[in-house]
Design a protein around this ligand. Structure first.
Ligand SMILES: [Zn+2]
Ligand SMILES: [Zn+2]
Length: 132
């Protein structure tokens, strides 16, 4: 454990499992209570944007808390798909975009396979020539 710059406020602090300075950890706890209160009032579901507007907590902070699994199970928080901006509640992209991404990956994998097949064919032709 050494000294680190707090990723939230930039102050130097003694590194801890929280990864933030004690003041920011406290602030985050306060923010979390605010968010939970807001979620309870709004029927346990809201988008990150709505939470941000109602509580003033930065969207980045809300995402950060979600990644830590703070609101898992009890609440449904939607946020924007990283690719198209559609509201999603899990993962980084929506179902449609993840399908697209998988298709793209498949296509490029197929292209690669095709390329190496052609390469092998060319290699075979070359070795046939050599035998003659
Ligand atoms: Zn801090
Ligand atoms: Zn999307």
């Amino acid at each position: 454990m050494g000294l680190k710059n707090c990723p939230e406020c930039g102050k130097i602090f003694v590194d801890s499992p929280a990864g933030m300075c004690p003041a920011c950890v406290e602030q985050e706890e306060r923010d979390e209570i605010k968010i939970v209160d807001f979620l309870r009032e709004s029927g346990n579901a809201a988008s990150i944007e709505e939470i941000h507007e109602a509580t003033g907590v930065k969207e980045r902070t809300i995402l950060h808390m979600m990644r830590k699994g703070r609101f898992m199970g009890d609440f449904e928080i939607s946020y924007a798909c990283e690719a198209c901006g559609a509201p999603i509640v899990e993962g980084r992209v929506c179902a449609a975009c993840s399908k697209n991404i998988i298709n793209q990956m498949k296509q490029s994998a197929e292209k690669e396979a095709q390329k190496s097949l052609e390469f092998k064919k060319a290699g075979r032709m070359y070795s046939n020539l050599e035998k003659k």
